[in-house]
Design a protein around this ligand. Structure first.
Ligand code: GLC
Length: 467
């Protein structure tokens, strides 16, 4: 019996150093549940989302979680106090709980900025690998709402709930990032042994009772999120090492977790990232864009700055680069999940707001080629990237400028089917007429002088309407 339709997608992706551990999935399994398939389709239409990595680590401005991981990689190096002593450092790191007080937390401000930028979904770190819960869990006191955390006395202390509610109110799709590994839990890093690396620090096969406790702990936390935080669309599970395996088997029983989560959240998209199979409903190339369209649902997650977590004076990518990325990703059928790390006081760097504003000005003119679009061959030619409307009656050629300001040549050749009956060719954001001529292999546009040195920024979109 053919249970699932398995599509093999061999991805030849360049994977950065940090991402190397997260091997790209090669097999995509189409979900059996039609509600999940529908939700994925809806999610694929919204294209642009906000990712946020936030926790007490933002007070030191260090990498999220990784500095307590005893692996010697460039992103795990310790920079805070006691950095020359692992155990003292870990203690000090965990102690950040007792000073975390982001009094400027105001999720409505983020919603407004994200919405104006054209973002339509959000994924928030409810718990990262360090195990600090940014929600009011009952499974541990290492959490934002515990009396030891100063912010617990704030009426908005259940940060995850506040973030989800604020974004949901503006019709964002809601994603819960949740790390399966938990470097604070005694059931994952048993204090009897020192931690060795990112993995569980004992053999679950040898200590099945302890592992069972970890499974229960994880299940219970996810059940809290799935049942007490309103409608959730995506469960974004990180920490792909927690999976069934012949060596150091960290089977957490995803079927049980997903079944439970979907009993509370029908149609929930589960992203058991890098694990592949039934519970990785879309793939998540990290800090990179696949160079061709992929045949299954996917999303590039990427930092706006250099880091996922807040780093003071981080360098943020220019808006032009972010718009280019969005266009490239969408032309290859993907979604763009762009990360901003909130700082210790509960707000973003002002530069992040500027970037979102600039993206918004572009998207208000050009959004039509983005939302609800599909890829269309040849996907790109030189600096031009193509999309089409769902019905296929409109196609778009997005011409990415080399500089901030768009300077168009007198003629632009777009490789869209000139043989189709063309009704009209126009440029988004202007009523100025564009002359065109259908050729065998495309359409030749003559750009009026008024548009060549226009007021446009980053990229312009030519729209072709077919019969
Ligand atoms: C990287 C980082 C991890 C982060 C993730 C987001 O894997 O190591 O901390 O949460 O990217 O995709």
């Amino acid at each position: 019996m053919k249970k699932f339709l398995v599509i093999s997608a061999f991805l030849m992706l360049k994977i950065g150093a940090q991402a190397q551990q997260h091997k790209m999935s090669v097999d995509y399994v189409v979900p059996k549940d039609s509600l999940v398939r529908e939700n994925i389709k809806e999610w694929q239409d919204v294209k642009f989302g906000l990712f946020m990595h936030w926790g007490p680590y933002s007070q030191w401005g260090v990498v999220e979680s990784w500095s307590i991981c005893p692996e010697d990689e460039d992103w795990t190096q310790r920079k805070g106090p006691f950095s020359d002593d692992y155990f003292k450092y870990k203690k000090a790191y965990e102690n950040l709980q007792t000073t975390f007080n982001p009094v400027d937390f105001n999720p409505e401000k983020w919603v407004k900025a994200a919405k104006d930028a054209g973002m339509r979904y959000v994924v928030f770190t409810t718990k990262h690998h360090d195990g600090f819960s940014m929600f009011d869990t009952k499974q541990t006191d290492y959490k934002i709402t515990d009396a030891k955390t100063p912010f617990s006395s704030n009426p908005r202390s259940n940060i995850t709930k506040e973030v989800f509610n604020a974004f949901r109110k503006e019709n964002f799709k809601i994603g819960a990032y949740f790390s399966k590994p938990d470097w604070h839990s005694e059931y994952y890093w048993w204090p009897y042994f020192p931690p060795k690396d990112r993995n569980v620090n004992y053999d679950p096969a040898k200590y099945p009772d302890r592992w069972q406790k970890f499974k229960d702990f994880t299940y219970n936390q996810i059940e809290e999120l799935a049942s007490d935080y309103g409608k959730i669309d995506i469960l974004w599970l990180d920490g792909g090492q927690v999976r069934p395996s012949k060596k150091l088997n960290q089977d957490i029983d995803m079927a049980k977790i997903a079944g439970m989560a979907r009993s509370h959240q029908p149609g929930l998209i589960v992203v058991d990232r890098t694990v592949a199979g039934e519970f990785e409903n879309y793939t998540t190339p990290e800090q990179q864009v696949p160079d061709k369209p992929l045949i299954h649902p996917w999303e590039t997650c990427m930092t706006m700055g250099n880091s996922w977590s807040y780093v003071p004076h981080d360098t943020y990518k220019p808006a032009k680069q972010l718009v280019d990325l969005l266009v490239k990703i969408v032309s290859r059928g993907g979604n763009f999940l762009l990360n901003i790390g909130p700082g210790p006081n509960g707000d973003w760097d002002p530069v992040a707001y500027e970037r979102l504003q600039d993206i918004g000005s572009w998207i208000r003119i050009n959004g039509e080629c983005i939302y609800g679009s599909k890829p269309i061959a040849p996907y790109s030619t030189k600096n031009i990237f193509y999309t089409q409307s769902k019905k296929g009656t409109e196609s778009y050629a997005v011409w990415l400028a080399e500089t901030e300001d768009v300077h168009l040549p007198e003629q632009v050749f777009i490789a869209l089917d000139g043989a189709k009956k063309i009704q009209k060719v126009s440029m988004l954001g202007t009523k100025v007429k564009i002359k065109w001529k259908a050729k065998d292999d495309g359409i030749l546009l003559t750009i009026p002088a008024a548009l060549q040195q226009g007021k446009f920024k980053y990229a312009v979109t030519f729209k072709v309407e077919h019969k």
